[in-house]
Design a protein around this ligand. Structure first.
Ligand SMILES: Nc1ncnc2c1ncn2[C@@H]1O[C@H](COP(=O)(O)OP(=O)(O)OP(=O)(O)O)[C@@H](O)[C@H]1O
Ligand SMILES: [Mg+2]
Length: 460
């Protein structure tokens, strides 16, 4: 028995020191001898003599207390080399239950300790992260939420944990269904985007969200993570910016309108005075009606900018609208020696539109093209179905072109380089195309020509 015990003590990796009732060393195992440089000669010496090997000086008291109370104690201590041990202080009983002293055992926990420190560091980072952080299990059950989550949503961890991550979002307002995100996650992929969320008080807010799988070292997904940022603040400033931009655009527009209408009004006032004073000339009346027409033209163009009136969007053929416009303007074009080249695919899928408004756009653009070629030339009108399902309509002229510096001003109200132009044509056109969920892009090179490309969604 004794032999077995000796063998065990020699081979065990648990460092052990036996003390007698006077706190003197009786024996120790090789492991601890190595770690703190104990020699055989240390047997019989008081524990106090070797305690300088540890960064802890409560040894002797601990051992004395355990001897008195017979209650084992445990603590974590470091040796002078920085190694960590879990030390247990136990009463040492003989087989006939006599307390002969104390046993100190030392288990090396250095690795565990540093892993713990690493983990602590990471968990502090997540706890104090400025991003909303949610960890869920493989079935989507929420297992952790950080304080930022509580701060933003008002939900305490106890409210959220155990629920499903699907419930964190307000899906009605979102453009993607949860199933789409969930299937990406299940395939080990991540999802990023903007989603609406709700807080405890029932308010909704926007989040910039990332859902991602957390994988172990073998690449197996073990958890799902949601990281999100409250975007309400950003959205709010964007909204303000948009509003102030709009206000300045409105101011600009109003100033322009006032200016444009004032000229014909001044003329009208002058002629009214003349008529009242008895002067009479037929040309007065024709000038007056021309001025009135100009005011009428400006006012009717501007009406399109007003709040979208109750107009009916109907399925129409864009090819036939374009053909109508070309027929309408062809004679005028011929006078200035412009040939309108018809490259319109027919039939094309129908588009949902207000026919008269689209006509207005096409007339504006074709007129601009014709006016850009005072010496004549070709104006190509092209329409075809693009791969993305949109109808692409191009108006390509080989006219004067637009200098790069002026390109940015297109669509500005009353921006015109023509003596009799209103400078409203393009602005109104942009607005109409936008109302039709389309886009209009103008590219141009001075003295080479201009291409206006309009893309409109088709009815699928
Ligand atoms: N195809 C084009 N080629 C060259 N310049 C163009 C072309 N289209 C537009 N522009 C330039 O953009 C300006 C603004 O065009 P917009 O249609 O808005 O007004 P406008 O043609 O001047 O006046 P309105 O349309 O009332 O007759 C034009 O004055 C012209 O300088
Ligand atoms: Mg024009």
């Amino acid at each position: 028995m004794n032999n077995d015990m000796d063998n065990f003590l020699v081979s065990t990796r648990i460092g052990t020191i036996f003390l007698d009732r006077n706190m003197c060393i009786r024996r120790f195992t090789p492991v601890i001898a190595q770690e703190i440089n104990l020699l055989d000669a240390d047997c019989g010496r008081p524990l106090a003599h070797i305690s300088h090997n540890f960064r802890y000086n409560g040894f002797v008291e601990d051992a004395k207390r355990v001897l008195r109370t017979l209650v084992p104690e445990e603590r974590e201590i470091q040796n002078q080399g920085g190694k960590w041990y879990s030390m247990r202080v136990l009463p040492y009983r003989t087989s006939d239950n006599v307390i002969k002293g104390i046993v100190l055992t030392f288990v090396d926990i250095t690795e565990l300790k540093s892993a713990n420190i690493e983990m602590l560091k990471l968990s502090y980072a997540i706890e104090q992260s400025p991003s909303i952080t949610v960890i869920a299990g493989l079935d989507g059950t929420i297992e952790y939420v950080n304080p930022k989550f509580t701060e933003v949503t008002g939900f305490e961890p106890a409210d959220a944990i155990g629920g499903h991550i699907r419930e964190l979002q307000h899906w009605e307002g979102s453009s993607v269904p949860f199933t789409e995100i969930w299937s990406l996650l299940s395939e080990g992929q991540e999802w990023k985007g903007e989603l609406e969320s709700h807080s405890r008080n029932g308010l909704t807010y926007w989040e910039s969200v990332k859902f991602l799988p957390i994988k172990d070292s073998e690449g197996q997904t073990i958890h799902y993570l949601k990281i999100a940022e409250d975007m309400s603040e950003r959205r709010h400033t964007e909204e303000l910016l948009r509003k102030s931009e709009m206000l300045s655009a409105v101011g600009q527009l109003a100033a322009g309108i006032a200016h444009e209408i004032r000229n014909p009004l001044t003329a009208l006032k002058g002629f009214t005075k003349l008529l009242r004073s008895g002067a009479h000339n037929d040309s007065y009346l024709s000038i007056m009606s021309a001025e009135l027409e100009r005011i009428e033209q400006i006012v009717s163009e501007l009406l399109v900018l007003a709040k979208p009136q109750a107009v009916d969007y109907l399925p129409k053929s864009v090819s036939s609208i374009l053909n109508d416009v070309i027929m309408l303007l062809d004679t005028q074009a011929i006078i200035t020696n412009v040939e309108i080249v018809n490259e319109i695919d027919d039939p094309l899928p129908l588009i949902s539109c207000v026919e008269n408004q689209l006509k207005q756009v096409f007339i504006n653009v074709v007129k601009n093209g014709v006016e850009a070629m005072p010496d004549g030339g070709q104006l190509i009108v092209r329409a075809r179905l693009a791969a993305d399902g949109m109808v692409n309509i191009g108006f390509i002229d080989h006219g004067c072109g637009i200098p790069e510096k002026k390109l940015a001003r297109l669509g500005e109200p009353f921006y015109t380089t023509k003596s009799n132009g209103t400078g409203l044509g393009l602005m109104v056109s942009y607005k109409i195309i936008e109302n039709h969920q389309g886009v209009m892009v103008i590219t141009s090179k001075e003295n080479v020509g201009t291409a206006v490309v309009i893309q409109l969604p088709t009815i699928s």
